[in-house]
Design a protein around this ligand. Structure first.
Ligand code: G6P
Length: 610
C-alpha cells in the first residue's frame, strides 16, 4: 500500500527513483511524485495517475542531484488528485516527506498548527506531518530532532522518508507499522517500502523495526529508536533475482504468475516432503514441535485470498489430523475479544507479511498467550518476524495485485502442515505417502491445465459482458468457489459470488436466468452426485453452466454448457487444480473487457492500513 523510494549516493537520483516507483507501482497507482534538491531548492513534481504519466511530465527535466525521494500512492486521506499526491512539503517548502500509513491524530495536530498560523494545501494527513516537522525544525534548527519529536507525538502508522533542501547529504527514514527496507550499496543507500525497488542495485538490506529510524548520509548510516536509543541493524541478503520481478515476455504480471505455478508449487514443498517415510520436515516449526503435539485447537487467520487458503486448510487439517480448526478473518479476530487458550495455535497466513489486520491479529493472539505461527511469502516481513515460528512459502515476489501463485503455494504449505500434524497423531504413513506422492505429480497437472488457456479464453470472452457470475463448490472446493469469485470481482469488476453448492437453493437460485453464468466446481469425488443435482437445477432455470470437472467425465459434458477439464487427482488435493482455470477465466474476462489486470481500480497489493 503506497510505494516509497528514497536514494542517497553517487548516481543521479531521478532515473533511479522513477525506476523504483515503477517496480513499486503494484502497491498503489492513484498518483505519483518525486522531490529532488536542485540549486538550493526542493523541486516537487507530482500528479494524479501512473508513474508513466509522471515520467512524461519529467521528460524535459534533468536534475543532476544524487539524492531524492519518490512515492506512488494508494489514496487513504483525500481523493487521488494532484494536490493530494506525495511528496508533501512543510510551510517553507524546504522539507519534503513521502509517507505510507495513516496519521490518526492528524485532525488534532492540524487544528493546533492552524491556530499557530500554518496553512494547508491538501486533504492529506501526510501534509500535516510535513508541516509539523517543519514547525519543529524552525524551533530546534535540527532536522533529526524535529523528525524524532514529531514522530513521538504522532498516533497511527508510518513508513516514511524525509528530505530537506538544507541538508543535501541527509535522508531520514522511519517506520511504525508500515515496512521500510534499506538497501546498502557502495557509499549509497536505497530506502523503499519493499525490496523490489532495491534488488537491481544491491542484495544487502536491512529492515527497520517499529519506532525505529535510520539517518543516512553518503558516508554512513545510523539507526536509533524515535526515543533516541541507538539500535543495530540486522543485515539480510535478498534471495530473489531481478527476473522474478519482470514480466518475462508475458503481457501481465498476473499471467506470468499464473504460469509460474508448476514451479512455485514445487518450490513450496521442495525438501520438505519425505515421500518414502510418509512424513514432512518443516524446519521452521521445530521450535514449537511440543506445542503442536499438544495443541487442541488451531485458529487460522488472514485476509482476502489468504483467508480462502485458510478455509481449504481447515478441511485438510481436520480431515488428516483430526484437530478442530477455526478460520477467522484477521480483521474480525483482532477486535472480537476472542477466547484463546495457551494451548491454542494461531496461524496467520499472508503473502506480503505486512497486512495490517493480520499483523494486528498476530499481536492480539500473542498478548493472549497463544502460540502464533506464520505462513508467509515475503522473507523478513513483519508477520514473519513477529510470529513465534513459521513456514515460508517461497513463491518469489508476487507483483500482480490479484494473488494467484501465492494461493497455490499457501495450499502446498497447508497440506504439508496437515500431514505433519496428522503424522504426530493418527495419520498412517501409508496414507501420508499416498498424498505426498500425489503432491509430486501436481506441478505436471497444473501445467496441463495451463495448456487449456485458449479454451478458457473462448469461454471467458463469451461471458465477459455478463453482469453477474455465480461460483459453486462443495467441501474442499467451496473455498475455491469463493476464490474464483474474488478473482473475477477484483480484476474484471463483474459482480461475482461464491457459494457452497447446496446453499444455492436458499437464495442465490432466485438470481438464475438465461443471462447468469454459473461456474460449478464438480470434480469426481464423494459429493459429485449432489453437485450434479445442482447443475440440473441451474439448467432447469436456463442458467449457463461452466463446469470445472475431472477429465473424461462424459456425464457432465451432457449437462453443462462448457466443461473445463482438470486431470484426476486425490479428492482432497483438487483445490490446487480447480483454482487454476478460475484464475485464467477471470484473467481472460478482464482482458476482454479492457481492464488493467495488474492495476485493478481501488485495490492495492499490500494493505498496510486498517
Ligand atoms: C489485498 C490483496 C489481496 C490479498 C489480501 C491479503 O487485499 O489485494 O490479493 O489476498 O490483501 O494480503 P496478504 O499479503 O496478507 O496475503
Amino acid at each position: 500500500m503506497c510505494g516509497i523510494v528514497g536514494y542517497i549516493g553517487h548516481r543521479r537520483a531521478l532515473p533511479l527513483l522513477l525506476n523504483g516507483l515503477k517496480r513499486l507501482e503494484y502497491r498503489g497507482y492513484d498518483s505519483a511524485g518525486i522531490a529532488i534538491p536542485h540549486e538550493g531548492k526542493l523541486h516537487i513534481v507530482k500528479r494524479a495517475g501512473t508513474v508513466a504519466q509522471l515520467e512524461a511530465l519529467l521528460s524535459l527535466t534533468d536534475f543532476p542531484a544524487t539524492i531524492g525521494i519518490g512515492h506512488t500512492r494508494w489514496a487513504t486521506h483525500g481523493e487521488p488528485i494532484d494536490r493530494n499526491a506525495h511528496p508533501h512539503v512543510d510551510s517553507s517548502g524546504r522539507i519534503a516527506i513521502v509517507h505510507n500509513g495513516i496519521i490518526e491524530n492528524y485532525a488534532t495536530l492540524k487544528a493546533k498548527l492552524q491556530q499557530d498560523g500554518y496553512t494547508f494545501h491538501s486533504d492529506t494527513d501526510t501534509e500535516v506531518l510535513a508541516v509539523f516537522i517543519g514547525a519543529l525544525y524552525e524551533q530546534y534548527g535540527n532536522l533529526e530532532l524535529a523528525v524524532r519529536t514529531a514522530l513521538s507525538e504522532v498516533q497511527g502508522t508510518f513508513g516514511l522518508v524525509v528530505l530537506s533542501a538544507d541538508h543535501p547529504d541527509l535522508l531520514i527514514a522511519a517506520r511504525r507499522g508500515s515496512p521500510i527496507v534499506i538497501g546498502i550499496g557502495e557509499n549509497e543507500y536505497i530506502v523503499a517500502s519493499d525490496a523490489t525497488a532495491i534488488v537491481e542495485y544491491t542484495r544487502s538490506v536491512f529492515y527497520l523495526t517499529d519506532d525505529e529510524m535510520a539517518i543516512l548520509t553518503r558516508s554512513g548510516c545510523r539507526t536509533k529508536t524515535i526515543d533516541d536509543v541507538p539500535t543495530s541493524a540486522q543485515l539480510l541478503e535478498l534471495e530473489f533475482d531481478l527476473e522474478r520481478i519482470e514480466k518475462g515476455g508475458f503481457p501481465h504480471f498476473m499471467l506470468k504468475e499464473i504460469y509460474e505455478q508448476p514451479q512455485t508449487f514445487r518450490d513450496a514443498h521442495r525438501g520438505r516432503l519425505l515421500v518414502q517415510e510418509g512424513n514432512v520436515k518443516l524446519g521452521g516449526l521445530r521450535s514449537v514441535e511440543k506445542q503442536l503435539r499438544q495443541a487442541r485447537r488451531l485458529i487460522l487467520t488472514g485476509c482476502g485470498t489468504s483467508w480462502h487458503a485458510a478455509l481449504v486448510g481447515e478441511y485438510w487439517i481436520e480431515e488428516l489430523a483430526r484437530i478442530p480448526v477455526e478460520v477467522e478473518y484477521a480483521s474480525e479476530l483482532r477486535y472480537r475479544n476472542p477466547v484463546l487458550y495457551p494451548d491454542d495455535i494461531v496461524i496467520a497466513i499472508s503473502q506480503s507479511g505486512e497486512t495490517a489486520d493480520t499483523l494486528a491479529a498476530v499481536r492480539e493472539a500473542k498478548l493472549r498467550g497463544a502460540t502464533v505461527l506464520g505462513i508467509v511469502n515475503v522473507v523478513g516481513s513483519s508477520i514473519a518476524r513477529e510470529t513465534h515460528a513459521g513456514v515460508y512459502i517461497h513463491a518469489g515476489p508476487e507483483i500482480g495485485v490479484a494473488s494467484t501463485k501465492a494461493f497455490t503455494s499457501q495450499l502446498a504449505v497447508l497440506m504439508l502442515l496437515a500431514l505433519y500434524l496428522g503424522r504426530m497423531r493418527h495419520l498412517s504413513a501409508t496414507q501420508a505417502q499416498e498424498i505426498a506422492a500425489e503432491m509430486l505429480r501436481i506441478p505436471e497437472k497444473i501445467r496441463s491445465i495451463l495448456e487449456r488457456s485458449e479454451l478458457i479464453r473462448d469461454i471467458a470472452c463469451q461471458y465477459a459482458h455478463a453482469q453477474h457470475f455465480l461460483y459453486l463448490g462443495r467441501g474442499v472446493n467451496f473455498p475455491v468457489a469463493l476464490e474464483g469469485a474474488l478473482k473475477m470481482k477484483e480484476i474484471s469488476y463483474i459482480h461475482a459470488e461464491g457459494y457452497p453448492a447446496a446453499e444455492m437453493k436458499h437464495g442465490p437460485i432466485a438470481l438464475i436466468d438465461e443471462n447468469m453464468p454459473v461456474v460449478v466446481i464438480v470434480p469426481r469425488d464423494e459429493l459429485y452426485e449432489k453437485v450434479l443435482s445442482n447443475v440440473e437445477e441451474i439448467r432447469a432455470r436456463r442458467g449457463k453452466v461452466i463446469a470445472i470437472a475431472t477429465e473424461g467425465d462424459t456425464e457432465i459434458e451432457a449437462l453443462a454448457n462448457h466443461v473445463i477439464p482438470i486431470p484426476e487427482t486425490l479428492p482432497l488435493l483438487t483445490p490446487i487444480l480447480t483454482v487454476i482455470p478460475l484464475q485464467l477465466l477471470a484473467y481472460h474476462a478482464a482482458v476482454e473487457r479492457g481492464c488493467n489486470v495488474d492495476m485493478p481500480r481501488n485495490l492495492a497489493k499490500s494493505v498496510t492500513v486498517e
